[in-house]
Design a protein around this ligand. Structure first.
Ligand code: ASP
Ligand code: MG
Length: 580
């Protein structure tokens, strides 16, 4: 008999009335012939209330005791759901994470699932029981209760589906699927019928808060089909799968806004091997996640590195950066709060020209100043002032015509590339590939005016000349914009910029020495703070200088001197135990 895992969020179990609807959904699936495992969150607002109780006593509660406390929110919900199922005439049993055997590491309040024992659940299912599992929690090897991080009931659900080899994982929530953008900000956003794991990973981490991004990592690694749908309607929802049919001609299929971000720039770092490794490593050691790490090519032997942190991590991250400044002899640490990040995401932008130009030009036309840009294969992200965040999202949505995407369906013929047994721990970092591209050249435009429209003008001129840009990076206006292009395009690119009707910068374009791009792709590169430090650590150990860095959810790309490309790729493959 096939197993279905269904997850119900806090708003779905908010009160007795809602819980009856949840029970009805569960019963419906059972009556269709499935074995059902339901995972539930704490009632809406409960986790915050419990954290509030702790904070009335101390501002820094002991993490173990905090987990002991907040895990009770989900424990309430599972009992209430089971009582409701009983009252409706069905047999059901509730289980906490510990009772199931959801084994986690010991990082309280941010634990990760190592593995899930399935015997207890299977034996209950075989007795005909509906099993209701507390989301968001587990137990470490020593028997301490742990929680998995905010919103992580989704992780429980997808991990259970992977461990039980379930046919489907349904995430029931108060919205009827995943939209091309947040409909509260973009009124004509439309629901996606299907979307790929990669695209959702890029969107989830930047604030498309429908799904916790670690749950998508687990889904991608173990090929779990996930359906996001409403508890309160019968509408079909959005299917998240490996590959989507129907979007072949669609460069961008979603956009997201992340508000609570701050940017830190460490300016005037020495341009020498080991510096990026030290910066990223020191921050990763404190378990602070950083994002959108950018280093554009250095000027006069000094380099700037910028990255984003959540507002809540800013003060801790700044302390680390001040220490680093002294240690490394940097010139300054420049924090900047109240910024927002907007990303446009789509697998279809691979190999399409002019996508970044289109987005930047649209923003320029609206008078929105771009403070930072990064691109990767399937993601273009810009940073703007927080007050322009919403308008930026609406502009991006409009410029890619996201309100009228063609119909899409999940492609079914995708083979799984990873079996559960092949990855231990379950939420571990999964590196798929290290690639080397030696056919690249870097161009830099410095002293770009810090005003709306300049990036759009520059990228537009390159797009018009038919030049495909690989990486586009801007980390602060004073250091300009760096792009990489195919070597054979360098002269044309230079000419295109040189012949712009209104010159873009006082100085001519600079062309870097021979470079190579090395990229590491995998699942969990951002959420595992240690992944970037491993990558930069290997290059530091080898004495290889990094010229540019661009990171995204599924890829870390570094530009190194051409002569070091082969060695960088080989050492990374060795370190990451890959044979490709
Ligand atoms: N109750 C937890 C939270 O509010 C987990 C969840 O809802 O997914 O973060
Ligand atoms: Mg949630």
């Amino acid at each position: 008999m096939s197993i279905i895992v269904q997850k119900f969020g806090g708003t779905s179990v908010a009160n007795a009335e809602c819980i009856k609807k949840v029970a009805a959904k569960i019963i419906q699936s059972k009556e269709r012939g499935h074995q059902v495992v339901a995972t539930v969150s704490a009632q809406a607002g409960m986790t915050d209330r419990l954290i509030g109780l702790a904070k009335e006593i101390t501002l820094e509660p002991d993490p173990r005791e905090l987990d002991q406390l907040v895990s009770t929110g989900e424990q309430m919900s599972i009992a209430l759901v089971c009582m409701t199922l009983h009252a409706m005439g069905h047999s059901a049993i509730s289980m906490t994470g510990g009772q199931v055997g959801i084994v986690t590491d010991s990082v309280h309040t941010k634990a990760r699932i190592q593995n899930i024992k399935t015997d207890a659940i299977r034996s209950e299912l075989d007795k005909g029981q509906i099993v209701v599992v507390a989301g968001f929690q587990g137990m470490d090897e020593e028997g301490h209760v742990t929680t998995l991080g905010r919103g992580a009931s989704d992780v429980t659900a997808v991990a259970l589906a992977a461990a039980l080899d379930a046919e489907l994982c349904e995430i029931y929530t108060d919205v009827d699927g995943i939209y091309t953008a947040d409909p509260r900000v973009v009124p004509d956003a439309t629901k996606l019928d299907a979307v790929s794991h990669d695209e959702i990973l890029e969107l989830a981490s930047v604030g498309a808060k429908v799904l916790q991004s670690r749950s998508v990592e687990v889904a991608k690694k173990f090929h779990v089909p996930v359906c996001v749908r409403s508890t309160f309607t019968e509408r079909p929802g959005t299917v998240i799968c490996s590959r989507v049919k129907g979007f072949e001609d669609v460069p961008v299929c979603g956009a997201a806004l992340s508000r609570k971000e701050s940017r830190i720039t460490i300016a005037g770092l020495p341009d020498s091997p080991g510096v990026a490794a030290r910066v990223v490593g020191a921050i990763g050691d404190r378990h602070i996640n950083i994002d959108m790490i950018v280093q554009s090519f250095p000027l006069k032997t000094r380099a700037d590195i910028s990255f984003l942190v959540r507002d809540t991590d800013l003060s801790q991250a700044l302390r680390v950066c001040e220490e680093l400044k002294d240690e490394l002899g940097a010139e300054s640490v420049l924090p900047e709060g109240e910024i927002a990040r907007v990303s446009a995401v789509g697998r279809g932008m691979v190999d399409r020209k002019g996508i970044a130009a289109r987005m930047c030009s649209a923003l320029g036309a609206k008078g929105i100043n771009i403070k930072m840009i990064t691109t990767s294969e399937i993601n273009i992200s810009v940073v703007v002032d927080a007050e322009h965040g919403e308008e930026t999202l609406r502009t991006v949505h409009e410029c890619f015509g996201l309100h009228k995407l063609p119909p899409a369906t999940p492609a079914t013929d995708v083979p799984a590339d990873l079996r559960l047994s092949e990855l231990d721990p379950m939420e571990g970092l999964h590196v798929q590939m290290v690639e080397l591209d030696a056919d690249q050249a870097e161009l830099k435009v410095v002293d770009l005016a810090d005003k709306p429209g300049e990036a759009g003008r520059l990228l537009g001129a390159l797009a018009e000349a038919g030049i495909n840009l690989d990486i586009v990076l801007q980390n602060s206006c004073s250091s300009g914009i760096s792009v990489t292009v195919k070597r054979s395009d360098v002269e044309r690119a230079r000419a295109a910029i040189g012949s712009m009707a209104e010159p873009i910068a006082p100085q001519p374009v600079q062309v870097g020495d021979g470079i190579a791009k090395v990229s590491v792709s995998g699942v969990g590169l951002r959420s595992h703070a240690g992944a970037a430090s491993t990558v930069f650590g290997v290059l530091a150990r080898e004495g290889i200088n990094i010229e540019m860095i661009g990171t995204s959810e599924v890829k870390i790309s570094v530009i190194v001197p051409e002569a070091d490309g082969e060695r960088a790729a080989a050492e990374l493959r060795k370190e990451l135990a890959l044979d490709n």
